[in-house]
Design a protein around this ligand. Structure first.
Ligand code: AP5
Length: 219
């Protein structure tokens, strides 16, 4: 069976995590968020976490070698054999080359690149109101996606928290880093048949319908 590896590409706050969680459920594939993996490492105080903490807090990218190593290890787990949904990876040309090589070594390739697009003003509104479940990682928003009980996750009852890097100055830095280091990936993938530009505007349900259509088109 050919594995199905999908990538969500787009600026911070565009909705990659929200949509990747939903698509992972629909396609029954693991959701692999390098941001979530790094935050778990920071919390556990592991070697990776110690290297990553200050960079993440400032809005800078974590080094390619660390990221490529944790992705390589993740792809070796059994549940990744049918493919995974990447969220926040790759983020540099070097990471994208490494991913192509990793997949090619197993006779696989990227099945779809879903490039979510949204204007900066809306991105800032989404990021500054985001709340994330401290237990299961479910994503909420103080206006756009509120939980039934204030501050409590609908899915697991965990406390909803604001991420340290969702402060205005760090948001600005993350957007600048995206333009400098990750936006070049748009040209990198643009001419591949797997590439698909999807508008991130409007309700999450509408964005999800566009994504499902795009995945069907690229096959
Ligand atoms: P990471 O965790 O990947 O953060 P990010 O890319 O900045 O993306 P976000 O999680 O902020 O946004 P999102 O697009 O997932 O939006 P979401 O769905 O949550 O990375 C964090 C840090 O880790 C990086 O800065 C870096 O330091 C490091 N890192 C991670 N990966 C790395 C890598 N590969 N290389 C190097 N360093 C790496 O939505 C945002 C909000 O909007 C939510 O509140 C949501 O409810 C709301 N929302 C979503 N969709 C809609 C909608 N349609 N309408 C209204 N509201 C919506």
């Amino acid at each position: 069976m050919v594995a199905k590896h999908l990538i969500f590409l787009g600026a911070p706050g565009v909705g990659k995590g929200t949509q990747a969680q939903r698509l992972a459920k629909l396609m029954d594939l693991p959701h692999v968020s390098t941001g979530d993996m790094l935050r778990a490492s920071v919390q556990s105080g592991s070697e990776v976490g110690l290297c990553a903490a200050a960079l993440m807090e400032s809005g800078a990218l974590v080094g390619d070698e660390i990221i490529i190593r944790i992705v390589e290890e993740r792809l070796l787990l059994e549940d990744a054999s049918a493919g995974v949904i990447f969220d926040g990876f790759p983020r540099t040309i070097h990471q994208a080359d490494a991913l192509d090589n990793l997949l090619a070594a197993h006779g696989d390739k990227i099945g779809a690149v879903l490039h979510l697009d949204l204007d900066d003003e809306e991105i800032v509104a989404r990021l500054s109101g985001r709340r994330v479940c401290s237990e299961c990682g479910a994503i909420y928003h103080i206006r756009y996606h509120t939980p039934t009980v204030y501050g409590i996750c609908d899915l697991c009852g965990g406390a909803l928290l604001q991420r340290d890097d969702d402060q205005p100055a760090v948001i600005r830095k993350r957007l600048a880093v995206y333009q400098a280091e990750t936006a070049p990936l748009i040209a990198y993938y643009h001419d591949r048949p797997a590439y698909h530009l999807v508008s991130g505007e409007g309700e999450a349900d509408d964005v999800f319908s566009r994504i499902v259509k795009a995945v069907e088109v690229v096959g």
